[in-house]
Design a protein around this ligand. Structure first.
Ligand code: AMP
Ligand code: GLY
Length: 423
């Protein structure tokens, strides 16, 4: 099969790495890709939202399947674009259509879905510019801290957790009267206290398969302090999920979600990321994403023993139920090396040394570019160093050992990935 993968991050490198192991793969192209993905296929100089450019390339290279890494093209309707163009109709696109992608693209849409199908989630109400006063009154009925979420995609910046009522009320007005974060709606949620994790399922519009779960570390600083980032590391499996918790997730969250998608005629075909929080051992949905997580994919793909392309073909032909998903029982951990200053101002273009000295870890490139054999940083998150071990500590030891062999100016990483899971 000839496959085009869209995206350029660590998630896409991990997917490319996994697809390249399939005996069914004929050719792999990655658009735009990075210095890591070029080892598994050909990088194509196309942006993920350039649907016309993608169409031309798909026709030219006789692509049979497009795998969409990030959410943007899905929320922008790439699946619908392909489905309504007669020349592209036979090309399978892995990802949900524009309507279903609102599960990530609109917090209000996701909350309505969760309520409609009785799936455990934080209590909420949604407000607009016309109902700022009601929103402020609603906040006064809630307990601190206050959770305010801009409705639309805001590159991870649209969620505010505020301790003080007055500040939250002022912020609500600010968010709505100026469409701060680009949204005309704000969802106010009850604050849930607990430990978070990510579940992943693959759906073919009919059946589904559960992929390995993971936990990511979003804050820049050790001890989960400081600014939010795209993700500083991840581990899989998640020890607290192992026992009964994942069964609860399956019965109380995954089954009603899959039924709800069908009942609402969403025809969901692709990856669904369910952001969960365990409140005293009970799972609640924090968010849906219409794609895989990053850096979770950098631990999920290595743990997936099954042929990914075979599973994706199952999605394309609605025969997923005929295929098996087998996990590697070992623990995988990944540690992200980022540019100095990230997630605030940082410099790119730093030459990366030592990649060839890595032993017993997989280096997934998150933000890199190349100049001949030289590899340079090209983003905030630069490399994800993934290792296997018998437990989290064992896996992390290998990742940290290899990080000490890799160098670029200003490199930073968290030394405490998995800290809350290790006793
Ligand atoms: P979201 O984009 O909806 O996943 O929110 C981003 C982050 O904010 C989550 O990963 C949580 O850490 C936190 N968060 C969101 N909603 C809540 C909530 N209702 N209670 C507590 N924390 C939350
Ligand atoms: N790691 C969180 C995300 O991909 O959204």
């Amino acid at each position: 099969m000839k496959v085009l993968l869209l995206g350029s991050g660590g998630r896409e490198h991990a997917i490319a790495w996994k697809l390249a192991q399939s005996s069914q793969l004929e050719e792999l192209y990655i658009a735009p890709g990075n210095a890591g993905t070029r080892k598994h296929g050909k990088n194509v100089d196309l942006q993920v939202n350039d649907f016309e450019g993608i169409k031309n390339f798909v026709l030219e290279a006789a692509i049979e399947m497009v795998v969409v890494g990030p959410e943007d093209p899905l929320v922008n309707g790439i699946v619908d674009f392909f489905a309504t163009d007669p020349s592209l109709i036979s090309v399978a696109v892995i990802g949900p259509n524009k309507y279903a992608a609102q599960l990530e693209g609109s917090k209000d849409f996701a909350k309505e879905f969760l309520y409609r199908h009785n799936i455990p989630t934080a209590k909420y109400a949604t407000f607009t510019k016309e109902t700022i006063k009601e929103g402020q009154a609603f906040l006064a009925t809630m307990k601190a801290p206050y959770v305010l979420k801009a409705d639309g995609l805001a590159a991870g910046k649209g969620v505010l957790i505020i301790d003080d009522l007055k500040t939250a009320q002022v912020e609500l007005e600010d968010m709505l009267s100026h469409s701060k974060f680009g949204s005309t709606k704000v969802v106010i949620e009850e604050f849930l206290k607990g430990i978070e994790m990510s579940a992943f399922i693959l759906l073919d519009g009919d059946g589904y398969k559960i992929l390995p779960e993971a936990k990511d570390y979003k804050r820049i600083g050790e001890g989960d302090e400081g600014l939010n980032t795209g993700g500083m590391g991840a581990v899989s499996p998640v020890p607290f999920a192992a026992s009964g918790f994942m069964d609860k997730v399956h019965n109380q969250i995954i089954i009603p979600t899959v039924k709800g998608l069908k009942a609402d005629n969403m025809d969901y075909r692709g990856f669904l990321f369910i952001g969960l929080i365990s409140v005293k051992g009970e799972p609640f949905v924090i968010e849906f994403n219409c794609r895989m997580g990053d850096p979770e994919t950098e631990v999920v793909m290595p743990r997936l023993k099954s042929d990914l392309l075979d599973l994706l073909e199952g999605v394309a032909t609605q025969t997923l139920s005929e295929r098996d998903v087998v996990f590697d029982p070992r623990t995988a951990a990944t540690v992200m090396m980022v540019s100095g200053g990230y997630p605030e101002k940082y410099e790119k273009g730093k030459t990366i040394y030592g990649l060839n000295a890595v032993e017993d870890s997989i280096v997934f490139h998150a933000g890199t570019s190349s100049d001949g054999p030289a590899v340079m940083s090209a983003g905030g998150r630069v490399l994800a160093i993934t290792s296997f071990g018998k437990d989290i500590e064992d896996a992390l030891e290998k990742s940290y050992e290899n990080i000490s062999r890799i160098e670029f100016e200003g490199a930073y990483f968290r030394k405490d990935i998995g800290f809350d899971l290790i006793n």
